[in-house]
Design a protein around this ligand. Structure first.
Ligand code: ADP
Ligand code: MG
Length: 250
């Protein structure tokens, strides 16, 4: 795959690496060190949970990986050095390679569910109109929302909106799936549905690296790997045998 002449394929090398990644926010004279010397090597096909209390740098970590935010240090994804890309290349990388699921869904309110998913596909690929609609419809079917595909976000529950957001993130076939507290606004029942969707995608797509941010230790049980962040630093990295999202309660 090419990003403005630069190759990006996580298949093959299957790795995303961070080397001495730092992110400092300056607020006048005040400095906030949101990420401190973070070095990680992450394999595709895994569900990586990033666990930490509020303010520990979880969102910042996802944002620098998804090129929403900048940082010092080095980040590579497959053959591509993200931290060397120019602005227009970063836009292309973000659009084509990264799927995002945010805490507050962030659907476009004037588009219905189908249009929200179609729009993401259109931005990330050059497919015929019909193919875009077929693919968007297929992903909405997968998340159990075929019957509600013409509903607007305001006509959907929080859990349904988040399932549309999951369909939107997955339908563009991303290489990185970045989920920031995706159950934060949902009931346990709705949250589990969303986590099951994410976990199923991880099982199906071995070429995708999925990061799931949470402050909830229970939810961390579904990860293949758990990275604990504390005050912007990696506190520990543990591999574990995940439990299925179905078995969770919190
Ligand atoms: P988490 O997602 O774990 O709650 P964040 O990554 O959002 O943590 O924030 C880490 C730290 O960086 C916090 O102290 C937060 O206030 C600060 N921070 C995050 N984004 C910004 C920003 N854009 N400007 C200034 N400070 C920020
Ligand atoms: Mg956060």
């Amino acid at each position: 795959m090419l990003v403005n002449g630069l190759k990006l394929s996580l298949e093959g090398t299957g790795m995303v690496t961070l080397e001495n990644v730092n992110r400092v926010y300056r607020m006048g004279d005040h400095k906030i060190h949101a990420l401190k010397n973070v070095s990680l090597s992450l394999e595709t096909g895994k569900l990586v949970v990033v666990l930490g209390p509020s303010g520990s740098g979880k969102t910042t970590l996802l944002n620098v990986l998804g090129a929403i935010d900048k940082c010092d240090g080095r980040i590579t994804a497959g053959d591509l050095e993200i931290t060397k890309l120019k602005k227009h290349q970063l836009t292309k990388y973000r659009r084509e390679k990264c799927g995002f699921i945010f805490q507050f869904f962030n659907l476009l309110p004037v588009y219905n569910a189908l249009e929200n998913v179609e729009y993401a596909i259109e931005l990330s690929s050059r497919m015929s109109r019909k193919k875009v609609t077929d693919q968007a419809t297929e992903y909405l079917r997968r998340v159990g929302l075929y019957d509600k595909r013409y509903h607007f976000p305001s006509q959907l529950s929080g859990g349904e909106q988040q399932r549309v957001a999951a369909a939107r993130a997955m339908a563009k076939n991303p290489e990185l799936l970045l989920c920031d507290e995706p159950t934060g606004e949902l009931s346990v029942k709705e949250g589990k549905q969303v986590l099951e969707i994410i976990q199923n995608m991880v099982k199906e797509r071995k070429d995708v690296l999925t990061l799931l941010v949470t402050h909830n230790q229970k939810i961390a049980q579904i990860g293949d790997i758990v990275i604990r962040l504390r005050s912007g630093e990696v506190d520990s990295i543990e591999e574990q045998t995940p439990i299925s999202a179905e078995q969770l309660s919190w």
